[in-house]
Design a protein around this ligand. Structure first.
Ligand code: LAC
Ligand code: ZN
Length: 468
């Protein structure tokens, strides 16, 4: 770790010259505020916070940092769940919040050019006005930035049918650690030209370059959607139903899994969340289909209902009648993470397996929980095999939490990898998961990744000490 960085007066005044005095912050309040994200209770403030307003300023900041060997960490909306934007090495915190313009909605090509500080929901709303759709919809979509979504390769419920962020990124303008500006690709749907730099940047957690502009793919907006909530007495049955749904030839726009505790916490801690559940309900599937023909959607739902009934779903399936009911169900689903946070100290895992293995993953996680004595809230994007496992501190002692728990997490990740999966589906490795990278990757594979990092960032100044 490069800690206790001293930022000289020369560097501060150079930053002020680049972005203007009003965009450079050294006061404690701002530094602390920008030193945390939504990951547990970590605090890694930068030594100085800057808010550049254009690509040329970002390039000049990087040039200054490169010449003076100062760590720079790009910061988005700080909704991340793996600490990717935390200034763990101090240095310059580079907030991209002023890059908040949608530059061009290209209706002829179904593309949009955006700056990285645009809020995901705002992008979705703006393109929807033109009948277009940007699908990636992380739970934090009302506050997260497109730049952060690109950095972490975010997913969300609709990734099931439409793909994750990487499936929507066509071309990026990126500032490299040495201050040079590059474009990674072309504004085309196809591209077999050289190495795929675009997809190398997507998911690289701000360690290879700073995205200053993105060309994204759009889709036509579906006219209709239908949403049902299916309850199960057995969480394993709920998980087993998921892969069967695809075998009847339907691809829902979302299949979300919520265990009982996830829903109970949400109802308990989030005032507006209301849902009546029978005592014996152990888990739920929230299933959505979308398209342009309501009759076909009804037909798809009927097929899905037959499948879940074959997997012992409870009799009364809740059919969301109107927009308000749909919104309520999605509201409950999206606020689980927040409810867990209010309940107790917790640790967030983001396991992902091929979807048929979901029952084995869930039962394995519960077994490991029994062995180590922890309770876990499990929920997530079941259609993608992506299970969020939130381990609750509850009554565990500090020793159990700090010493035993990492062993339990290792067991969960080892199980995930044994099932053909990996240790993060959409939250990234960032700071908090890097100690587990030896589970999905061999030394040779890690060395290859490190050599890529070195090629982009020979002085290790851009978001250092992340991923590995
Ligand atoms: C969610 C976040 C935690 O799915 O990924 O709610
Ligand atoms: Zn998620």
């Amino acid at each position: 770790l490069i800690q206790n960085i001293k930022i000289s007066n020369f560097v501060i005044s150079s930053l002020q010259k680049i972005v203007g005095q009003q965009n450079v912050y050294t006061d404690e309040e701002n530094l602390l505020e920008y030193g945390h994200d939504e990951t547990e209770s970590l605090s890694f403030p930068p030594n100085v916070l800057v808010k550049p307003e254009n690509t040329s300023q970002v390039a000049q900041i990087m040039k200054l940092a490169f010449e003076n060997i100062i760590p720079v960490t790009p910061i988005g909306a700080r909704t991340g769940l793996s600490g990717g934007s935390l200034c763990v090495s101090g240095g310059i915190g580079l907030s991209m919040e002023k890059f908040n313009n949608i530059l061009k909605i290209d209706e002829d090509n179904l593309q949009v050019v955006v700056e990285p500080g645009v809020i995901t929901q705002e992008l979705q709303d703006e393109v929807a006005k033109k009948g277009l759709y940007y699908a990636p919809d992380p739970a934090s979509k009302g506050s997260c930035f497109i730049g952060g979504n690109i950095a972490e390769n975010s997913g969300g419920p609709r990734a099931l049918k439409y793909g994750v962020t990487s499936d929507f990124v066509l071309n990026l303008e990126v500032v490299l650690p040495n201050g040079k500006i590059i474009n990674t690709g072309a504004n085309t749907l196809k591209n077999s030209t050289g190495y795929n730099l675009t997809q190398l940047i997507v998911g690289s957690e701000g360690t290879l370059g700073i995205v200053t502009k993105a060309t994204l793919k759009l889709l036509p907006l579906s006219k209709y959607n239908k949403l049902i909530l299916v309850s199960f007495k057995s969480a394993i049955d709920a998980c087993a139903a998921v892969s069967s749904i695809f075998k009847v030839g339907v691809i829902p726009s979302a299949i979300e899994f919520m265990d009982r505790l996830a829903v109970d916490f949400t109802i308990k801690y989030i005032d507006e969340a209301k849902l009546d559940l029978d005592d014996e309900v152990e888990a739920l599937l929230l299933i959505e289909v979308d398209g342009n023909n309501p009759d076909i959607l009804m037909n798809d739902l009927e097929k899905i209902i037959k499948v879940v009934e074959n997997h012992n779903s409870s009799e009364n399936i809740l059919f969301a009648e109107d927009e308000a009911q749909k919104e309520n169900l999605w509201f409950i689903r999206r606020r689980i993470g927040e409810a867990v946070k209010i309940n107790s100290i917790y640790k967030e895992e983001d396991t992902v397996v091929p979807r048929f293995e979901l029952p084995s993953l869930l039962s394995g996680v519960k077994e490991i929980g029994k062995k180590y004595g922890f309770q876990s809230v499990c929920y997530g994007h079941a259609g993608d095999g992506n299970l969020h496992v939130n381990i609750i501190k509850g009554d565990l002692t500090d020793d159990q939490w700090n010493i035993e728990l990492p062993k339990a997490i290792r067991e969960i990740f080892q199980l995930t990898v044994n099932l053909g999966g990996t240790i993060s589906g959409e939250h990234g490795i960032g700071w908090v998961q890097k100690e587990y990278m030896d589970i999905p990757f061999s030394d040779t594979e890690i060395e290859l990744m490190k050599s890529i990092k070195k090629t982009f960032d020979p002085k290790n100044i851009l978001n250092p000490n992340k991923i590995f």
